[in-house]
Structure formats: structure tokens, C-alpha cells
Design a protein around this ligand. Structure first.
Ligand code: A3P
Length: 295
């Protein structure tokens, strides 16, 4: 298996799977040796007309929106008893993917070119979730630090550079985001629904209502309120972290639901790091019309 230890120049390394130059997580506890071939075959996996795909860079709130979308599609606020990774393209074999019962709420962090090739032609509904990249950076650092397969023991002072250079699984946040922005712009007829972590935090009821409409569902105000409640950070942390595979986590302590706040980056970045981040951000995003709320 083509395991790569990505060195950012500081001597610290992050262990990933490299497939044709692309970095993905190894998902060691899911796959043995066949992951590379499975990964390469994803473009040939068949989508169904009622599939919904949640697309997001890691740590943008994928678990949250997957839970909310699944409840909406089920028209029930009952806790989803499975973890998001059971419907995550790059964490599955084709057989597992085909066995997910419909209607399927799928999710992925890989770019469109590596996703099922029918995505656009089938007009598959896509929920595109964004979050301000400083909070993503902090959340990804904690993710890398806590999950066994990354074998990562780096310091945050080096990590900001690693993140800005895209020396992480799924690569550069800038490339991912700009590529999707272009795809969304070039395909105005495609059903895309834009969401942000920050909007979900400040007004979950309206955001879940908008999502329900996009999914073509007639959800009652009571159901929407109940879903917002069940998918609140503390409720999810309490009920979903215990469903994680403890083998994946250092000290067998799952920590997928960490802090769940907007602006936690201020507790991590130094002033110099924040200014450097802004410089790179302003340069890389100068032609983008996406906007982000950092606090
Ligand atoms: P933090 O590390 O900042 O807490 P993803 O699901 O894309 O991997 O994103 C994970 C981030 O979303 C983590 O951020 C996690 O705590 C947060 N998150 C997960 N569920 C949430 C919820 N119900 N409400 C708010 N934030 C949530």
C-alpha cells in the first residue's frame, strides 16, 4: 500500500495514503490492502436518482450536516445509529457503497474529478458545506493529533504552514474550495445547495428549513425544531462519539465532537500566525466571491 509520511520541512510527519499524487486518509481499520484499487474505482460507482451528496473540505461540519440531512430524509428526529463514515465514499468498498439502503445521504471530501463520474450528468443533489478556514485549520490539527492512523505528533506552531501548503490528506483547502467554486459557477443548472457552519450555528432552524426545501421535503416546523435540538453539538457529542471505533483514536478516546464553536482559532493562533494566514488567504482567494465569518 502506498503509504506516505508527509514531511512539512519541520521534521514532523503525517501518515496518509497516496494514490496517483492525491493524499487520502488510510482508514486502516476499514481497509486492509485493497484500498488503493477501491479508491481508484470510485468514479465508476453508480449513483441513484434520489442520492444526496454532502461535499465539504474536512472539518467544515460534515458530521453535523450528514446527521441533519439523514434525519430530514428519514422525516424523523430519531438518532441515526450509524456513523457518517458508513456513507463516506472514500471510506467504503464498492460493495459497502452498493449495500447502503436508499434513500442514501452520501458524503465525501474528495474533489469532483475523483467522485462518481455521473454526479453532474445525473443531476445528483449536492449540499456544499463551508466553514471559515482558520477554524478548519484548528479542527484539522486536533483531528490529526488524535487519530491513530496519522501517527502525527506535531505542534500547532508548525501546523499553520502545513495547512496553508496543503500538506494534509485531501490537499489544499484553497485548491479544493476554488475548484468547487468554479464547478458551481460553470454548472448553474445543477442542484447545489450552499451552507455554512457559521450560519448553522447562528440560525439552525432557518438553515434546516432551507435544506429541507432544497431536498424537496415538506418538513413540519415541529420536526425541524426537533432535528435542530437532536443535532445540537452537546447532544451529538454525547450520543455519537460513543459510536466511534475506539481503535481509531489515541488512548481509545473518540473526539470527533471537540468544541463546536465559531472563532476557536483565536485561542490557538498567535497574532503573527493570524496575519500570515490573512496574507496567504487574501492572495489565494482574491478572485473568489465566497465570503467567510471568522467570529
Ligand atoms: P471542532 O473541532 O472545531 O469542534 P467534520 O464533521 O467536517 O469533520 O467537522 C468536524 C467539526 O464540526 C468539529 O469542529 C466538530 O466538533 C464540529 N461539529 C460536529 N458536530 C457538530 C454540531 N452538532 N454542532 C456544531 N459543531 C459540530
Amino acid at each position: 500500500m502506498p503509504i506516505k509520511n508527509i514531511d512539512d520541512g519541520s521534521g514532523e510527519t503525517l501518515r496518509v495514503l497516496e494514490v496517483d499524487g492525491y493524499f487520502a486518509p488510510t482508514f486502516d481499520t476499514v481497509f486492509q490492502n485493497q484500498q488503493e484499487e477501491e479508491f481508484r474505482s470510485i468514479p465508476n460507482w453508480p449513483l441513484k436518482p434520489d442520492d444526496v451528496l454532502i461535499c465539504a473540505y474536512p472539518k467544515a461540519g460534515t458530521h453535523w450536516l450528514w446527521e441533519v440531512s439523514s434525519m430530514l430524509v428519514n422525516q424523523s428526529a430519531d438518532r441515526v445509529k450509524l456513523i457518517k463514515e458508513t456513507a463516506m465514499l472514500e471510506a467504503l468498498t464498492e460493495e459497502q457503497f452498493r449495500n447502503i439502503p436508499s434513500p442514501r445521504v452520501l458524503n465525501t471530501h474528495i474533489p469532483l474529478r475523483l467522485m462518481p463520474k455521473d454526479t453532474l450528468s445525473n443531476k445528483t443533489k449536492i449540499v456544499f458545506v463551508q466553514r471559515n478556514p482558520k477554524d478548519i485549520c484548528v479542527s484539522f490539527f486536533n483531528h490529526h493529533s488524535k487519530i491513530v492512523e496519522y501517527d502525527f505528533n506535531g505542534k500547532f506552531e508548525n501546523y499553520v504552514n502545513r495547512f496553508l501548503k496543503g500538506l494534509v490528506d485531501y490537499g489544499s483547502w484553497f485548491e479544493y474550495t476554488l475548484e468547487w467554486e468554479k464547478i458551481i459557477r460553470d454548472n448553474p443548472e445543477h442542484p447545489f445547495h450552499m451552507m455554512s457552519y457559521e450560519d448553522m450555528k447562528s440560525d439552525p432552524i432557518s438553515e434546516i428549513g432551507r435544506l429541507s426545501e432544497f431536498l424537496g421535503l415538506k418538513s413540519s416546523p415541529e420536526l425541524i425544531a426537533e432535528i435542530a435540538d437532536k443535532c445540537d453539538f452537546s447532544a451529538m457529542k454525547k450520543e455519537k462519539d460513543p459510536l466511534e471505533n475506539t481503535k481509531d483514536w489515541k488512548d481509545a478516546k473518540p473526539g470527533m465532537y471537540r468544541k463546536g464553536q465559531v472563532g476557536d482559532w483565536k485561542n490557538w493562533f498567535t497574532v503573527a500566525q493570524s496575519e500570515y494566514f490573512d496574507t496567504v488567504f487574501n492572495q489565494r482567494m482574491k478572485d473568489s466571491s465566497f465570503t467567510y465569518r471568522f467570529s
